[in-house]
Design a protein around this ligand. Structure first.
Ligand code: GLY
Length: 319
């Protein structure tokens, strides 16, 4: 991102020997500060101090006193981005690209974005705070430099690019790239793509994505992820699932399920995603919740507030 001038949070990486430089870099940033142990730290390696003195103490603990062992042998010090997150997806054949519908997913386990991070507890598409003007900025400031950057660096990349973005006062900042689609974003994005997906994939292989007329369904899609009680911590598998055959108004995507002696059972943390798409986001969410209520298994859990944080944008539009 730095090489290709793609907007992202200011950051630098420091080792124990560079502690003094790290402390000096902290002084150039505005609070709060993001300190990330560069290695695996069982999900505990990110600390967000609000005071400079606290940040300096923490960086010293992580680097000099090896707070997270080898995982904090290198620490990334990063600017905190205060905004709202969304995911944008691109399909590229290496030269041409198509921008898929944007989505917002809900990563925390609890209502009101509380509790542990998960792979995603629900998603909606389109995203009301990503209007045409914002998405144009995403295309010019992020997507085009990303595709051109891959070419300049002689990286042949064909497939999906998942761009995790923060909208900070209507300016896009990249927080992550993945070379895949997202889950559960896929469950709201792909239903809105009206083209034959195989036709798109074929055009990626033959490098003719530019010849495809991309058609997007203007309706709202919302998905609710049904999970095993206890997820993302320990949970039991093998619970018999009933009722999903009775869902007729929504799409049911199996994720963590298996067939045992002819019965569909839970076989993972995230069990099923229930997607609906209709004229308004509110209706799409409500329809998915009505369908979710038909599904039953022991210790079933799902968030009850998917899309709720976005209602204010619709109220503004209707005012
Ligand atoms: N839902 C986030 C991801 O797929 O990475």
């Amino acid at each position: 991102m730095q090489r290709h001038n793609i907007p992202t949070a200011k950051y630098k990486t420091f080792t124990k020997e560079q502690l003094a430089d790290g402390l000096a870099f902290l002084e150039t940033l505005k609070p709060p500060f993001v300190l990330k142990a560069d290695g695996l730290a069982a999900g505990k390696g990110v600390v967000i101090p609000t005071e400079l003195s606290e940040a300096k103490k923490e960086l010293t603990e992580m680097l000099a006193n090896e707070k997270f062992g080898n995982a904090s042998a290198k620490v990334v010090v990063e600017e905190f981005l205060n905004g709202i997150e969304l995911s944008v997806f691109v399909l590229t054949d290496g030269k041409n690209y198509k921008i898929l519908p944007a989505a917002k997913d809900y990563k925390r386990i609890g209502d009101g974005d509380t509790g542990l991070n998960t792979g995603g507890m629900g998603a909606v598409s389109p995203v009301p705070f990503a209007d045409d003007e914002f998405l144009k900025k995403v295309e010019t400031q992020v997507i085009i430099p990303t595709i051109n950057g891959l070419q300049k660096e002689n990286i042949t990349y064909k497939g999906f690019i998942f761009i995790g973005l923060m909208n900070v006062n209507n300016e896009p900042y990249v927080i992550e790239y993945n070379v895949r689609m997202g889950d559960p974003e896929t469950e709201v994005v792909i239903p809105r793509v009206q083209n034959d997906i195989l036709e798109l994939f074929n055009a990626v292989v033959t490098e003719e994505l530019n010849t495809i007329q991309f058609k997007i369904d203007e309706q709202y899609a919302a998905t609710v992820m049904l999970v095993s009680g206890g997820y993302p911590g320990d949970y039991e598998k093998g619970k018999k699932i009933t009722g999903f055959e009775a869902v007729s108004d929504s799409l049911v995507f199996h994720a963590g399920t298996s067939l045992k002696n002819g019965e569909v059972c839970t076989n993972g943390g995230r069990v099923m995603a229930i997607t609906s798409y209709v004229k308004t986001m509110y209706e799409a969410v409500q329809k998915s919740y009505r369908s979710a209520e038909k599904v039953k298994y022991d210790n079933m859990y799902y968030r009850k507030d998917i899309g709720k944080d976005l209602e204010k944008y619709f109220k503004k539009e209707n005012a």
